[in-house]
Design a protein around this ligand. Structure first.
Ligand code: NAD
Length: 354
């Protein structure tokens, strides 16, 4: 058995369909009286309902969360929080909205502006202390314990409105966190258990949601998987797959979750010979003898994109991406070699099976 270090970060999780009804109690438990509610313009309806539920304990609504947290938006939200004297940020939405909550918390003295997250996608940002802010087109990411949401309410009813396509790619994005968590350099047995269970739950739930998007049991199971996968992302380091996705997303402005969906089978195939224990866990979790193929077939079955060419990557960008991904690579179980990465990207670009 491999040696390991394990530190758990404290976050309170309230799980269950309809659990939004506990919001007022949870805000009180944070000692907050003046919440600022954050959302994207698309989710203003549900955010207004949240503010109404809180009555006088909600002092404002900031409905301008946007993908990749532009610095101007983060500044405007911080100014609004100060102007209103907010003592808590409630982020209801996906990774973009939760990312905005993190950007506000980052500027405050430790613990002075707690974030209460109500995730409505499966991206998992609510369980991590990783933040990202985009300044002049460049996304800077970092880790800071202040940004970790203090309370997370997982209410599957709020995911019923997540369109099927987004549900599938968001779920595959979550699976990617756990797949890499299974072979993380700083992995540990608890995270491996969570990773395997998270993948298993999502691999069962996503096909059910695809055929019946209003299946609340399947929605809850997917959220359970997303919670586990987000926890893995927040606790162990990521490797080649995440490096490739960040490079492709940043360089060619490819959509976040779709890029994860396309790249994952290829990244796992690249690492396969170096990760026997992770492959065994993936076999159990996916119920498939050949995990890279299993992941590819799952994405196809879910109707997710399976080619980088289909989500906006120019063929001429393959060599550049291979070069960028091999400069300052993350730790990876197999050495990251430029020619082999270019070959991986060519297959992923064309939508071939790994
Ligand atoms: P998103 O937050 O960008 O949401 C996509 C769209 O779906 C938005 O318009 C949103 O309003 C809408 N939406 C979300 N939930 C909905 C629902 N239930 N019903 C209807 N519409 C809904 O998407 P995402 O994939 O959750 O987040 C992606 C972003 O999060 C990226 O910027 C990524 O880098 C970041 N992220 C960060 C971490 C981290 O640990 N910091 C982890 C994962 C993702």
């Amino acid at each position: 058995m491999k040696d390991f270090n394990y530190t758990s970060a404290a976050a309170r999780v309230i799980f269950g369909a309809g659990s939004l009804r506990h919001l007022e109690r949870e805000v009180e438990m944070l000692g907050a009286r003046r919440a600022l509610v954050l959302c994207t313009p698309e989710q203003i309806g549900i955010a207004q309902a949240v503010a109404q539920r809180l009555g006088a304990k909600a002092v404002g609504l900031f409905p301008r969360a946007a993908m990749h947290v532009p610095i101007e938006t983060a500044r405007a939200a911080r100014d609004e929080a100060r102007r209103l004297g907010a003592d808590c940020a409630i982020a209801i939405g996906g990774g973009s909205t939760i990312g905005l909550g993190k950007a506000i918390a980052l500027e405050e003295a430790a613990g002075s502006l707690p974030v209460l997250a109500i995730p409505t996608t499966y991206a998992g940002s609510e369980m991590t202390s990783i933040y990202g802010i985009t300044d002049a087109g460049v996304k800077k990411t970092g880790k800071d314990p202040r940004v970790l949401p203090r309370t997370v309410i997982y209410d599957a009813e709020l995911t019923l409105s997540l369109p099927v396509g987004l549900s599938m790619t968001s779920g595959l994005n979550a699976i990617a966190h756990s797949a890499e968590g299974l072979y993380a350099q700083d992995g540990n047995p608890i995270m491996s258990l969570m990773a395997e269970e998270g993948i298993r739950a999502l691999a069962i739930a996503l096909p059910r949601i695809k055929s019946r998007p209003d299946d609340i049991e399947a929605r809850a199971q997917a959220q359970y998987g997303a919670w586990l996968c987000g926890t893995v992302l927040g606790n162990v380091g990521m490797a080649l797959h995440h490096k490739l996705c960040h490079t492709l997303g940043g360089t060619f402005n490819l959509p976040h979750a779709e890029t994860h969906a396309v790249v994952l089978p290829h990244a796992i195939a690249y690492n396969a010979a170096a990760i026997p224990e992770a492959l065994a866990a993936l076999r159990r979790a996916l119920g498939h003898e050949d995990p890279p193929r299993g992941l590819f077939e799952l994405a196809v079955r879910l109707g997710a994109p399976s080619a980088l060419s289909a989500i906006g990557m120019p063929e001429g960008g393959i060599e550049r991406a291979a070069q960028l991904a091999t400069q300052n690579p993350y730790w990876n179980p197999r050495p990251v070699e430029r020619e082999a990465i270019a070959a991986l990207l060519r297959r992923a670009w064309a939508g071939l099976s790994p």
